[in-house]
Design a protein around this ligand. Sequence first.
Ligand SMILES: C[S@@+](CC[C@H](N)C(=O)[O-])C[C@H]1O[C@@H](n2cnc3c(N)ncnc32)[C@H](O)[C@@H]1O
Length: 547
Amino acid sequence: MALTEETINSISSNYYSFVNRFSRSKYEDEKMLGKFYTNQFVCSSLSASVVLALKQVHKKQICIIDPFCGDGRLVVSLMEEISKDSQLRSLSFSLFLWDIDNEAVTQAQANVSTFVGRAGLKASIIAEMHDAFSFARSFYGRFDVCITNPPWALLKPQKIFSDVSSEEIENYKRVISKYDEFMKQEFSTSLPEKKFGKWGTNLSRCGTELSIKLLCDGGICGLVSPATFLNDQVSRPLRQWMFSLCDIRRVDYYPSELKLFGKADVESVTVLFLKGSPQRRVLIVRHLETTPNSETIEGKDFDFVEKQGFVLPLSEDSRTLHVLERLNRLPSLSDYCVANSLKVTREIDETNISEKLAPTGTIRFVKGYMIGRYSFTTQELFLKADEKDAPKSVHFPKIVWRDVSRRSQQRRVQATYLPKNCIAGNSLGVVASNSGQGPALYSLLGFLGSLVFEYQARVLLTSNHVPAGVIRKVKIPFLDVNNRLASLVAQRLGSTNCEYELDAYVAKLYGLDFDCYSLIVSSFGFNSMEEQQYLSAFRTESKKEKQ
Ligand SMILES: C[S@@+](CC[C@H](N)C(=O)[O-])C[C@H]1O[C@@H](n2cnc3c(N)ncnc32)[C@H](O)[C@@H]1O
């Protein structure tokens, strides 16, 4: 049932009054409201792109909004760029600044009015405290420009301290549920494709959807967002909607190493787009080194991007798309598992795990930090004899990989083989067998541990985790067990370090040529000696193939 404006207002004010009451520190407040203010360089660069697009708009009066304005820095920097342009600076501007944080709104009003006064621009300013999500409805379709950085936060219950009564906690749960229901109804395109657990409405995605709704036809948006929006699985519907409705002109990618958001280890993007007239081309500017590199994705590359759910090559260039397109015809790890009676799974939840463990026993407990590439260590930790949670798979060997892996790690897929009588905590992904299946597991580990496998996975890994959903999708060359591969893996697990031979052999199984393989090897940032070892092993394999 459609909600009335009155109901929406009360849902919103009930929710935000709890947020205010429960926030005990600046840190908590920032976390709840997703306050990651935009870096000044990014503000200026995005504003310059918006101004270029604005020069094509032939209107005398321009309506501009930042619905999540913070201290108003994006609008200030946009007006700065406008003031440098003789054609634009003579126009009249209506500037709207909204934020849920009243102090920020006051600051934004002061900052923007000081700048426009000093620059002598004709501008009216309306700076008001609002919940943009619930307030914006009557403003849909009204703005020529939206420049914004929506809150970087998920909607979920806040940590509550012990001096709050249970009645109040119950009230809070009801109120946040109602607000979540409203958000899902109003911003349905931003809902994750697959949902994990009750909470998870992403305010940055909803803010992106809101920005598009606020624009008039032909309106220009300059958006700041976590980069995951352009390459994660869950935002696919939002990307599809956006690419089908808008002309996505330019994406600037900023890797986490630039530390643009204080200590937070996040990759970010800015996106410049126009509402209406979608074009099948997008300029990507990667700020990877001192000089950014730019590339236009169009034609067949754009077709491939579309087929993949508009996952853009942000950190890698379009040569990656060509390699991925070649590999895309192959079966996936998931297909391999089905063909060989293996199962991607988890074995035991690590919450309160110490209660389930003992210093002696028959089933050894293994968790993330104990796992390396082709190796593992153990501790005297065993599943208690009476523990009922053990799945059948503990009685058989398995492949495991570490769930947590930093984006900065050179090798992100840390996988190995575990013999029977081990149980893996949920900090490990598992490919379990229901009988021996040794060769099938060894063969699979050969793929999982290879550069080609990891190269594919990296495009899909958007956080500091290696989820099973990504691992399942990665392509492998065929479904049969390969005996030479299985035997190389057995050697690698033992004392013989045949890393380079193994990797080159896998690359050959994938059907790669030298150029493709060297592109993959060079993307890992090895030192030149190591790089040469991979490449020379590949040359040796090529010779063997010809004999
Ligand atoms: C990522 S910050 C961006 C601030 C500023 N525009 C910038 O670019 O630096 C997100 C802002 O959204 C505000 N915010 C969070 N929830 C909001 C809501 N429901 N309505 C309006 N503003 C909200 C926060 O207070 C914060 O100032």
